[in-house]
Design a protein around this ligand. Structure first.
Ligand SMILES: [Fe+2]
Length: 431
């Protein structure tokens, strides 16, 4: 843990603003001139294959694996350690990750690492587990690092202690298994504040997609995490930065999500094909947005999620039609997505087509029982009085969210407030 005087998550904003200034166009340039990805291993043999990779690449004295989980995903540690034990790997489990990835718990894991000296991290879980592991890697390898001043443009010098970082997602949504970003919570501010640590060295070496680990997700989680993936792909496709590699990932991810998310939601573990395609789609969407950026839906969604305790994916998915509509004034990239939603674009003017597209996005969200406005959210139910009572706080959180600096079209507190107002009962953005 850093000295408290060093800690200031507001510093992150200044760094992000500077970074975002390097990313002002779709033309390949600046830091978006490479395509970074973990080695993605999927399919029925995925676990066996990662075992074989480790067997071939770890020396006998290096065979120590720390498995990182939370309370919920701890149950997946045993199947992994059993397979690894066949190649003489000794595994230990740290299951101390907490929701929203608060940074104060990392010291405990660092201490465990100092005693056990693992050479491999295997993170099994949703976004909080994977994001916590990324930062654990920094604090174990480079304890002097101030998390709030990590610059993606300067080397961190990791992988001296941890030879391989393996990410095994247990939801199909965050894309964290493929990204360089870690979304954390600074609990030393009042109220606690979200902040992001992004660095290419945080990209896992392997993203292992084991379908059995996601097949039993309940319908609500399937819907909410699937909407998160859709929002990553659609939000970043429409943004004004990116590369052809990002576009390819995003377009294919959207196609897969439209086809397979309704099936995964409806049939759950009975439709393994849909589950497997959703895993791949979520990872591709992660690769898409990390080579572009997420949309402002994430600034609004982070705020709503934190203030009124709503699931991240549900929030960002709900805001997607609003933020697409808001950006229609300055980009026509949304038109590329029309055919994916089965819309015939011929002989339609912009107005007609944009309305049809927004309607299709909302229909898709409704088809999996997702909300398209705040008053449709069922978990938890939010009253109009409660929503408007918190409006200023919602605006403040959204405006100061790091993602707010990634806007394609300029936003300020007035614009954010209007979007929140429109989102209460589903009014179509007309400004
Ligand atoms: Fe997200």
């Amino acid at each position: 843990m850093e000295n408290k005087s060093e800690q200031n998550s507001d510093q992150v904003n200044e760094q992000l603003i500077a970074l975002m200034n390097l990313l002002k166009s779709r033309a390949p340039g600046g830091i978006l001139t490479s395509f970074r990805s973990p080695q993605v291993i999927f399919g029925f043999t995925a676990l066996n294959r990662i075992k074989n990779y480790l067997d071939g690449n770890l020396e006998e004295e290096e065979r120590r694996v720390l498995i990182i989980t939370d309370d919920f995903t701890e149950k997946f540690a045993a199947p992994i350690s059993n397979v690894f034990s066949k190649i003489n790997i000794v595994s230990k489990v740290w299951s101390g990750v907490k929701p929203e990835a608060p940074i104060d718990i990392i010291d405990e894991a660092v201490k465990m690492c100092e005693d056990f000296k693992p050479r491999v991290f295997v993170a099994i879980g949703g976004g909080s587990v994977l994001d916590t592991t990324k930062v654990l890697m920094i604090k174990y390898e480079k304890p002097e690092t101030n998390l709030f001043t990590v610059s993606a443009l300067e080397p961190l010098g990791l992988r001296k202690k941890i030879k391989y970082f393996i990410a095994i997602p247990t939801t199909s949504g965050t894309g964290s298994e493929a990204t360089l970003a870690s979304m954390l919570t600074d609990i030393n501010t009042d109220p606690p504040k979200k902040f992001t640590v992004s660095h290419p060295e945080l990209i896992p070496d392997y993203a292992v997609l084991i379908t059995e680990f996601v097949q039993d997700m309940p319908p609500f989680l399937t819907m909410a995490t699937g909407l998160d993936a859709l929002t990553h792909a659609a939000g970043s496709y429409i943004s004004n930065i990116g590369t052809p590699f990002a576009d390819a990932m995003n377009i294919y991810a959207i196609k897969e999500i439209i086809k397979y998310l309704p099936r995964a939601y409806k049939y759950g573990a009975k439709d393994i094909e849909a589950r497997s395609h959703m895993q791949i789609a979520a990872t591709m969407a992660g690769l898409g947005f990390i080579h572009s950026r997420v949309g402002i839906d994430h600034a609004l969604g982070h705020s709503l999620g934190k203030v009124l305790n709503v699931h991240h994916g549900l929030c960002v998915g709900m805001f997607l039609p609003y933020t697409i509509a808001f950006q229609m004034k300055i980009t026509e990239r949304w038109k590329d997505l029309c055919p994916l939603f089965g819309i015939d674009t011929k002989n339609k003017d912009n107005n007609e087509l944009s309305m049809e597209f927004l309607r299709s996005v909302k229909e898709f969200i409704h088809s999996i029982d997702g909300p398209v406005c705040v008053k449709e959210i069922k978990k938890p139910i939010i009253t109009e009085e409660e929503y408007y009572k918190n409006l200023d706080l919602l605006v403040n959180y959204a405006e100061t969210d790091p993602v707010a600096y990634m806007v394609t079209r300029y936003i300020d507190s007035e614009v954010i407030k209007r979007i929140f107002e429109y989102a209460w009962d589903g009014k179509t953005i007309d400004f």
